[in-house]
Write a protein that binds this ligand. Structure first.
Ligand code: GTP
Ligand code: MG
Length: 309
């Protein structure tokens, strides 16, 4: 039971350039993996909401793709997706990587935030990588990027400072109802998580050539028994050479990806998976709006121009 007079709830937007640790913080806040994390920038491509329900609050964390200058239609989709989430935010966490000085991408992310009306918290992440005597200087240079109600210094990877941040966020949220049922953790289905975990392993196990050209589509997700679910997923790349890399010698790379993704997915879903992976080539899919939509990246509808009579 909750005391509705005291219950805080709302949307907490995770915002920033790629690779600063937004998805790592989402997972840390929920105590469960709902978003994939890799050392490569532009890992997250969709808006992913994760719900944290406690006795006195429900925080809906909204992870977004990192803000960057887009080079293709997929990139435009990613940045548009992040920007669309902004007006719904009750609190914005502007994440930065404290282990490096601010760069143009942080400046761009800060500029886009200027229109937000919600309280903004500057979150200096990756504290574990910063020499203590540098921290105050870094804080100052990031604070100069905009106006922030508060600054927090955390390490999403080690968890340092995360509980304190959560308390501060809760205090900034308005009093409100529970928006989602208590047991709900993510707004995406299990099939999305499996597709993402396959993509994560493929990114972790391959080099430069693959990351931006890879999309994973789950084409079948069918419970065969109470414990076993059959999943057929296709890894789409843009060139034959990339397909060869993903399949590997005698299929060894694809087997490794499947094994690692299954090991991640099974405890999260609480069931066994039969993971049937395929690799296909779809040239230039990142610039084809109809394919993008089929792969789970639908461009937001542009307002139609009114026809003049
Ligand atoms: N040392 C350290 N590494 C971190 C920390 N937080 C995140 N990382 C690492 O930074 C990299 C990027 O983390 P992500 O959570 O994927 O970053 P993101 O902001 O979601 O990136 P995009 O999805 O590309 O926008 C990964 O290698 C993480 O393990 C931290 O507090 N300390
Ligand atoms: Mg991410």
């Amino acid at each position: 039971m909750t005391n509705s007079d005291q219950f805080h709830s709302g949307f907490v937007l995770l915002w920033g350039r790629p690779n600063v640790g937004k998805s790592t913080l989402l997972n840390a806040a929920l105590g469960r993996k709902v978003a994939i994390v890799t050392p490569k920038p532009q890992t997250t491509r969709n808006r992913i909401a994760g719900v944290r329900t406690t006795e006195d609050a429900q925080m809906i964390f909204v992870d977004t793709p990192g803000i960057h200058p887009p080079h293709d239609t997929l990139g435009e989709y990613m940045v548009a997706t992040a920007r669309e989430a902004l007006p719904d935010a009750d609190v914005v966490l502007f994440l930065v990587d404290a282990s490096v000085p601010p760069g143009p991408a942080d400046e761009q992310a800060a500029r886009l935030l200027a229109s937000a009306t919600a309280p903004r918290v500057l979150v200096l992440n990756k504290r574990d990588l910063v020499a203590p005597d540098l921290l105050a200087q870094r804080q100052q240079s990031y604070e100069a990027l905009g106006s922030f109600e508060q600054t927090a210094v955390i390490s999403a990877a080690t968890g340092e400072g995360v509980p304190e941040l959560l308390q501060r966020v809760q205090a900034l949220l308005p009093l409100g109802p529970m928006y989602f049922p208590e047991g709900m953790v993510s707004d995406h289905p299990d099939s999305f998580l499996v597709a993402e975990l396959v993509r994560e392993q493929a990114l972790l196990k391959t080099q430069q050539e693959i990351p931006y050209s890879l999309a994973v589509v789950v084409e079948e997700f069918e419970p065969r028994t109470e414990e076993l679910t059959y999943v057929r997923a296709v890894l789409y790349v843009e060139r034959e050479s990339q397909k060869k890399i993903l399949i590997g010698e005698g299929g060894s790379m694809l087997r490794e990806i499947g094994k690692a993704a299954r090991a991640e997915a099974e405890p999260l879903l609480g069931k066994r998976l039969y993971l049937d992976l395929w690799v296909k080539v779809r040239p230039r899919w990142r610039n084809d709006e109809s394919v993008l939509a089929r792969f789970g990246y639908p461009m937001p509808k542009k307002p139609r121009k009114r026809r003049s009579r």
